[in-house]
Design a protein around this ligand. Structure first.
Ligand code: NAD
Length: 515
């Protein structure tokens, strides 16, 4: 049973083809070619040709195309939702909120805000330099950016980095996951139909071979979202070529429930944080640490809420399928191992056989420990795993006992105490009294620490990551004070430099005023 299968080569052709099956009923839903190095190189060459004219437009002119794409996204909602649900088996509301809402928000946000973050920036220089030179930083496009995306948010994780790269003046080549290729392909359709010039946004289809070709090809940056294992390969290949990359990788996000938390709110957060998108959410809650005093009440509330969830694929339901076979096997193996080592299943804990496809029941586990993979390795499934801890310090110690550091959440009615705790959490972002929603807060940088990644998407730092910040420095006096005028060196010159050093740094007042 698999969602992606190799199709035997036809006739003399050596090109590989992949057959896709729906995770809902395992019926075939299409085939894609695996584009190899030569095809990918041709696509990159087209992107390189199209990029200078695109970069020559102002940010405001580029933003108009994003706004048109937003109009199309709104018009095509039903059609897009159908593609996302068919390919992934996710609940319609998951597709609506995570893919379409966030997609619309990204297009609208960057069309509105990119201009100020990409504008030339005048910088006041320090010390004596400020009297002699003027500096401006230009945020210049890099050229051609490769965007490689995973299957869990196949549209938004293809669209959002693309929006940022293209508004910054780059051409983009997207390589969506082979598990959900059409959800990535529609990004190209959207921009083409919005009138974006040919070659500025293109999609290549295939598996790891195609992704590797994009990394090895003539691209200027790789924006990768996916697993730690592949991220490492991408980083190694980029390092060899001295090519910048951002890596948005896996997570094992911790949730800390303090003794003074609002138990109902925290339980709702634990269930939604662990189970939306069938638990296949990079910043989803993967480990819950609840302080002993409130553990019974919290666990009871989590169990109650989880039992109310409806799993399915037609009509109204809350939780859909696991998106592909490989993930289902990871979930099953981790739960089985945890149970063998003493974890207790309070809800679910097995495949949902009644539904036929790749369905795993929403599950609540307690008595889990850090000797179990379910608390140390990414699960990416519909599991709420709860560990009771002595106090908040114990919770913090457990939360930081991880090779991952993507996000974390803290639940407490005392916000200043929660903030003090948040400061000590080793994670790329922390949310207090809400499930992780940092990716949707487009003003702030999103990225991971430890094995969870390198670099940022979103916010000023993320957007500028698609540029080469280039300082242009102008002598205020037409070159009168250029460094070259003091060369070759003279004794008099040395005396002047020493005098100047003493003048600037010789006492506290001059240090403050002149340095
Ligand atoms: P994956 O690493 O298997 O694949 C990701 C993409 O890389 C796919 O398009 C794949 O075809 C491509 N690829 C595979 N081998 C490659 C190679 N050698 N060179 C270049 N590209 C290659 O990841 P996945 O299973 O699709 O996605 C799930 C993972 O993504 C989870 O670990 C999840 O936590 C992570 N994720 C992270 C974020 C984040 O923002 N941090 C967001 C979503 C998902």
């Amino acid at each position: 049973m698999a969602v992606v299968e190799q199709v035997p080569a036809k006739g003399k052709s050596s090109a590989r083809t992949l057959l896709l099956k729906s995770p809902v009923d395992l019926k075939p839903i299409g085939e894609i070619p695996v584009q190899g190095r030569a095809e990918v190189d041709a696509v990159i060459a087209r992107a390189r040709q199209a990029q200078p004219a695109w970069a020559a437009l102002s940010v405001r002119e580029r933003a108009k195309y994003l706004e048109r794409a937003l109009d199309l996204l709104l018009e095509r909602q039903d059609q897009l939702l159908e593609i996302f649900v068919r390919e992934s088996g996710k609940a319609r509301m998951d597709a609506l909120l995570i893919e379409l809402w966030d997609g619309a928000d990204s297009l609208s946000f960057f069309s509105k805000h990119a201009e100020k973050w990409l504008a030339d920036e005048e910088v006041k220089l320090h010390g004596f330099l400020r009297f002699l030179k003027k500096a401006t930083i230009e945020y210049r496009p890099l050229g051609v950016v490769g965007v490689i995306s995973p299957w869990n948010g196949p549209f938004i994780l293809s669209l959002n980095p693309t929006v940022q790269a293209m508004i910054a003046g780059n051409a983009v080549v997207i390589k969506p996951s082979e598990v959900t290729p059409m959800s990535g392909k529609v990004v190209e359709d959207l921009f083409r139909d919005a009138g974006v010039p040919e070659g500025v946004v293109q999609v290549v289809l295939g598996d790891g071979e195609t992704g590797a070709a994009l990394v090895e090809g003539d691209t200027d940056k790789i924006s990768f979202t996916g697993s730690v294992r592949t991220g490492r390969l991408v980083a190694e290949a980029c390092a060899r070529q001295l090519k910048p990359c951002t890596l948005e990788l896996g997570g094992k996000d911790a949730m800390i429930v303090c003794a003074d938390a609002d138990i109902d709110t925290a339980a709702a957060g634990a269930v939604a944080g662990s189970l939306i998108n069938t638990g296949q959410y990079c910043s989803g809650t993967e480990r819950v640490y609840v302080v002993r005093e409130v553990a019974d009440a919290f666990i009871e509330a989590v169990v109650d809420r989880t039992r109310q969830l409806r799993q399915g694929h037609t009509g109204e339901f809350d939780i859909g399928a696991v998106f592909w076979q490989r993930q289902l096997e990871i979930i099953e193996t981790q739960v089985e191992e945890a149970v063998k080592k003493g974890a207790k299943v309070l809800v679910g804990g097995k495949r949902n056989e009644q539904l036929g496809g790749l369905f795993y029941e929403p599950t609540v586990l307690v008595d889990v420990t850090h000797d179990m993979a379910i608390m140390t390795e990414e699960t990416f499934g519909p599991i709420v795993a709860i560990m009771v801890v002595d106090d908040e310090e114990h919770a913090l110690q457990m939360a930081n006992d991880s090779r991952y550091g993507l996000g974390a959440t803290i639940w407490s009615q005392n916000v200043s105490r929660a903030r003090a705790l948040a400061r000590r959490v080793e994670a790329g972002s922390v949310c207090i009294n809400d499930m992780s929603m940092t990716y949707g807060a487009l003003e702030v940088p999103f990225g991971g620490r430890k094995d969870s990644g390198v670099g940022y998407v979103n916010g000023k730092a993320g957007l500028r990551g698609y540029t080469a910040p280039t300082p242009v420095i102008v002598d205020r006096y037409g070159g009168k004070y250029s460094a070259g005028r003091h060369y070759p060196y003279t004794e008099e010159g040395e005396t002047q430099v020493r005098k100047l050093m003493n003048l600037i740094w010789g006492n506290k007042i001059s240090r403050r005023l002149l340095s």
